[in-house]
Design a protein around this ligand. Structure first.
Ligand code: E4P
Length: 219
């Protein structure tokens, strides 16, 4: 399973990269705004700064919602760095843009996926990644893991190479469940990744080992 971090915060991206397990970064306009990044020049520079930290795969989202605008913006983003993956919303012009970028050899991530039909359409249009939003589905009481299972089944049925990027991850349980049902990638906050480290028996076991070692050394 690939691990992406879902943030535009450079310190958190560095911390995850330093852990040695990071495969990429996803951002969105809300995450950029949260870091106080606005204005074209600053946004572009911030993407460059993120690309300088990670080895590959930085999803950068277009703001335009019409085909021409998405193509113009996507090309500009892709030209920033080979690591950029252009993030396109699941709307009608977005599907056309996915096909355009697929034909042009520019990688895409289709975002705001909430149904298996949307994922199928994005894969058919040549998206490299589809991003079903788990947490937001949970928020409305929908079956988020069932959606991942359905997309997995459909992609396997037809041999689509589009990767399932489980997004809107809220905690480490989400990550483990997605791994069990075959999501290719997960993107979540640093806390969800670090949460995988934790188990009380690890803490008490280590404390016991260190205490026993100290006792033996003191003899
Ligand atoms: C995906 O790429 C999105 O940036 C993200 O996962 C959305 O998550 P949220 O529902 O926590 O905002």
């Amino acid at each position: 399973m690939k691990f992406f971090i879902d943030t535009a915060n450079l310190d958190q991206i560095k911390e995850a990269q330093d852990l040695g397990i990071l495969d990429g970064v996803t951002t969105n306009p809300s995450l950029m705004a949260k870091e106080g990044i606005s204005g074209d020049a600053k946004v572009m520079q911030h993407y460059k700064d993120i690309c300088a930290i990670v080895d590959n795969n930085v999803s950068a989202e277009v703001i335009s919602t019409d085909f021409d605008g998405m193509i113009k913006e996507g090309k500009k983003l892709a030209a920033l760095d080979d690591k950029i993956v252009v993030k396109i919303p699941m709307i009608k012009d977005g599907v056309k843009a996915l096909k355009y970028f697929s034909d042009a050899g520019i990688r895409t991530n289709c975002t705001l996926i909430f149904s298996a039909g949307q994922a199928l359409l994005a894969a058919k249009a040549g998206a490299n990644y589809v991003s079903p939003f788990l947490g937001r589905l949970d928020d409305i009481g929908a079956d988020s893991f069932g959606l991942i299972e359905d997309i997995r089944l459909i992609f396997d049925n037809y041999g689509y190479e589009t990767e399932i990027l489980a997004a809107s991850i809220r905690n480490s349980v989400h990550i483990v469940e997605c791994a069990k049902i075959g999501a290719d990638v997960m993107t979540g906050p640093l806390s969800s990744i670090l949460g995988l480290l934790k188990h009380p028996l690890t803490d008490s076991g280590l404390a016991q080992f260190l205490a026993d070692h100290a006792k033996a050394a003191g003899k």
